[in-house]
Design a protein around this ligand. Structure first.
Ligand SMILES: *Cc1c(COP(=O)(O)O)cnc(C)c1O
Length: 457
């Protein structure tokens, strides 16, 4: 008999979690203004809000924490991180930052000017925020495939090269860089192929435009290249990562994802001018350039996390768990962005809550329903997150409206996946009875989804 697949680690430490009653959840969600960001974590049973900073560190990472060098400048921890990044990605210059958006803030302070155009394959919300707050324009150049959740495409995160070229051609001198996000979080944690990464870099460079890779889930992207793209099956994850970055000019990284730490980020680049320029913004925003808002122990844990999470077994355990959850949803006929993404399942709320008009935010409504059903906290990646158009101030209803179930790394078991799928099935089975959504009572001018206050209709 063939042995079944199992995790490539065992558990050394546990943290209790608690179920609640529907009555408690009704009260808590009302107090949270129907925005799950406003819940207390202890009011949540299974927390799928994000895979960011929620992973479980390994015994080796905890051991590295003890070895952290807390010197203000030139700590050994910095050099350990710098050497790891150089070896993995091939970049000579590294600036640590306290998280991914801080890397964006530091680098974009140097590079983004008012009126600039910055194309990208679905900019992450903070990336878009850092562009738009500087009165520049972020243009999405993801392939059209990504918009059809039911189409099975192996590399749905890819860049539409024709669209990108049109933008580059029409805006000479006004595109300071292009953002290539791996995996493409916004469209469902979908990977970008090696061929597309290379073609994107070559196209941009032909127009003299550098490429910044938004690298939060670069290791998961490498796993998909290894398992899906011709010619990579026999290459190690580390070899594939090295090749992914060969032609890129810089990376911004949220270490809270694929470095499996609770906090941290960095900028890495081969461009000395960018390095020198960005350092001047790092010091006032983040701190001295060898610690960038982090403790020495954090730098050590990041270095160890980057190294161990670019090993195949670690990534396989991770991706297979997400795919297991997807297989349960398949059994129940629940539509989601296909195929399953690397870090999450993106449930297609528009196809489930068909009676809720888009003006009443179907995915936000589904997020509330799943919480009420079982205390499971997902995250809306849809019309609420899409914010308003900065010029017309109209809601942006032209993208996808998804409920993201982000799976923290090395935290929940497959039994939790069964609970999640069953709870979603219960909501799905009564979808015809859900006819009204939510209305906005108060919203912030930028990145409203974190703090928005809603009313149930
Ligand atoms: C999380 C994320 C960021 C921002 O990183 P933080 O560490 O949350 O600040 C940027 N880009 C992508 C693709 C992300 O997933």
């Amino acid at each position: 008999m063939e042995l079944p697949y199992a995790e490539s680690w065992k558990i050394k430490m546990i943290e209790p979690i608690r179920r609640s009653t529907r009555q408690e959840r009704e009260q808590w969600l009302k107090e949270a203004h129907y925005n799950v960001f406003q819940l207390r974590a202890e009011q949540v049973y299974i927390d799928l809000l994000t895979d960011s900073g929620t992973g479980a560190m390994s015994d080796r990472q905890w051991a590295e924490m003890m070895l952290g060098d807390e010197s203000y400048a030139g700590a050994t921890s910095f050099f350990k991180l710098e050497a790891t990044i150089k070896q993995l990605m091939g970049f000579d210059y590294v600036i640590p930052t306290h998280q991914g958006r801080a890397a964006e803030n530091v680098l974009f302070s140097l590079l983004v000017k008012e009126g600039n155009i910055i194309p990208g394959n679905a900019h992450f919300d903070t990336t878009k925020g850092h562009i738009e707050s500087r009165h520049a324009v972020a243009i999405d150049v993801t392939t059209a495939d990504a918009r059809d959740t039911q189409r099975e495409v192996l590399f749905k995160g890819n860049v539409d090269l024709e669209r990108l070229e049109t933008i580059l051609r029409e805006n000479p001198g006004n595109v300071p860089f292009m953002v290539l996000t791996v995996t493409n979080n916004t469209v469902g944690g979908q990977p970008v192929s090696m061929a597309n990464i290379k073609a994107t870099c070559e196209l941009c460079h032909r127009y003299g435009v550098p490429v910044v890779m938004d690298s939060a889930r670069f290791a998961e992207n490498a796993y998909f290249i290894k398992t899906r793209e011709e010619g990579y099956a026999d290459r190690s994850i580390k070899e594939i990562v090295r090749e992914m970055y060969q032609q890129a000019d810089a990376a911004t990284m949220s270490c809270k994802k694929d470095a499996i730490v609770n906090i941290g980020g960095f900028i890495a680049t081969r461009n000395k001018d960018w390095f020198e320029g960005a350092k001047l913004f790092c010091i006032p925003f983040e701190g001295y350039v060898t610690y960038g808002g982090l403790a020495g122990r954090d730098l050590n844990a990041i270095a160890q996390g980057l190294d161990e999470n670019t090993e195949f077994d670690m990534l396989e355990t991770r991706i297979k768990q997400v795919q297991y959850l997807a297989s349960l949803l398949d059994q129940y006929g629940i539509p989601y962005q296909r195929p399953a993404g690397g870090h999450a399942i993106f449930v297609d709320a528009d196809k489930i809550l068909t009676h809720v008009p888009k003006e009443e935010f179907p995915a936000q409504t589904l997020t509330c329903e799943l919480y009420l059903e079982a205390g499971i906290r997902g995250c809306e990646i849809g019309y609420m997150l899409a914010d308003r158009d900065p010029v017309t101030h109209e809601n942006r209803f032209n993208g996808l409206d998804l409920l993201r179930l982000a799976i923290p790394r090395r935290v929940y078991t497959d039994n939790h996946m069964k609970v999640i799928a069953a709870a979603l099935k219960n909501v799905y089975d009564r979808r015809e009875t859900i006819t009204r959504g939510v209305a906005i009572e108060w919203e912030a001018p930028l990145m409203r989804h974190f703090t928005v206050q809603l009313r149930r209709l």
